[in-house]
Design a protein around this ligand. Structure first.
Ligand code: MN
Length: 381
């Protein structure tokens, strides 16, 4: 039988690349959802003919419904519509590539309905933590990581020994466009400067997160939950060329790495074909042409967001959710030119003081924390 998929966040960078992989692999596409880009979603509906589609923006969904009424695709609206598609579709694998905390409730819906979740949205696991892990455990499904670093670790772990010999995870980071700069030099940088990412072509929010290294902080938290490794055993290593996508270290100090060209279609395809592998449209890695690979310790003083995330995961409970929401707000303010680059860390840190100590939280607690953290940021601008 033909494999079928659903893509949540289908008009974004990862969504578009997922559909590219689906098309080349001949997968059936059963559901597509997005935030508000009805034009792009209409194009995708006409091409892939899904059973259902949704836009979380209600007005955009109404427009889309009119535009595709000659097709057999049913259009839903609002976050409920997105979550409904995630839950009701009978696709084998659902890719969650929604940006931000909005990806959490659809991720839970996918897991609770017993389908395989390919997770590109890192905020779901960062903010949802044990809620997401518990939902996965109930149906016994592995969460398939789509993020390049986590896919790399997941690939390195294939065939791992049954004893607990995994000592360390080494997450690689490109260092972003501001690598090597001092705080003084970052005072007046703008969102446009930050959007010039050296290696990866990504959406605007994640590109800013990458410039501030908050993205690597989110990935550290995500790695902790996905692989059950304590935060102190997760190192971050700056690797400018983005060829080694991450590494693991065993007790015998043997280190295993996954390498490839920086192209998201490799981790996306692996999540969709796991445990099998097939030819990919991505080019071969020719190390002799790359010549050399370089490595540096991250600068925790300049990139304070990285340390904030480390602190949040050590504190546990709702703290990762709080710093994530604070960052969503601060990231937006920076993109709108309302705050400076160096304000990011200062503003995100305000979330700590409004977060309750609650290791065993509920989904409602996450949303309350979200509100409080955003308010704390706005109050401190
Ligand atoms: Mn990544």
């Amino acid at each position: 039988m033909k494999k079928s998929i659903a893509v949540l966040g289908s008009t974004g960078s990862i969504g578009v690349q997922s559909l590219d992989v689906a098309e080349k692999s001949g997968y059936e596409v059963k559901a597509l959802t997005a935030n508000r880009d009805f034009r792009k979603l209409e194009e995708q509906i006409r091409k892939f003919k899904p059973e259902c589609a949704a836009l979380s923006d209600v007005a955009a969904a109404a427009e889309l419904r009119l535009r595709v009424k000659d097709t057999s695709t049913k259009v839903y609206s609002g976050i409920e519509g997105v979550t409904y598609c995630a839950e009701k579709t009978d696709a084998d694998t659902v890719i969650d590539s929604i940006v931000g905390l909005a990806g959490l409730s659809p991720a839970l819906a996918v897991l609770e309905s017993g389908k395989t979740l390919a997770l590109a949205n890192k905020e779901a696991l960062v903010a949802g933590g044990h809620l997401v892990l518990d939902a996965a455990k109930k149906t016994g499904k592995v969460i398939l990581p789509v993020d390049s670093e986590h896919s790399a670790i997941f690939q390195c772990l294939q065939g791992k020994p049954s004893n607990k010999a995994l000592k360390k995870i080494i997450l690689t980071a490109s260092g972003g466009p501001f690598f090597g700069r001092t705080r003084e030099e970052l005072k007046n940088v703008t969102a446009a400067d930050a959007l010039k990412h050296p290696n990866w072509d990504m959406g605007a929010k994640i590109t800013i997160d990458s410039a501030s290294m908050f993205n690597k902080g989110l990935e550290l938290i995500e790695a902790h939950f996905l692989f059950g490794v304590a935060p102190e055993n997760i190192d971050v290593l700056v690797h400018r060329e983005s060829i080694i996508h991450s590494l693991i270290e065993y007790d015998d100090n043997s280190v295993i790495a996954q390498l490839g060209l920086p192209d998201m279609r490799i981790p996306i395809q692996y999540a969709l074909t796991y445990p099998e592998r097939y030819p990919s449209p991505v080019g071969e890695l020719k190390l002799s042409e790359i010549g050399r690979l370089t490595f540096f310790e991250p600068d925790y003083e300049v990139f304070d967001c990285l340390g904030i995330c480390r602190e949040a995961i050590i504190k546990g409970g709702l703290y990762p959710a709080a710093v994530n929401s604070a960052n969503e707000e601060a990231n937006r303010l920076f993109r709108e030119g309302k705050i400076g680059f160096l304000d990011l860390g200062r503003l995100i840190r305000t979330a700590f003081s409004v977060t309750p100590d609650k290791p065993d939280f509920t989904l409602e607690d996450v949303y309350e924390t979200d509100k409080a953290a955003r308010q704390a940021v706005l109050a401190a601008v």
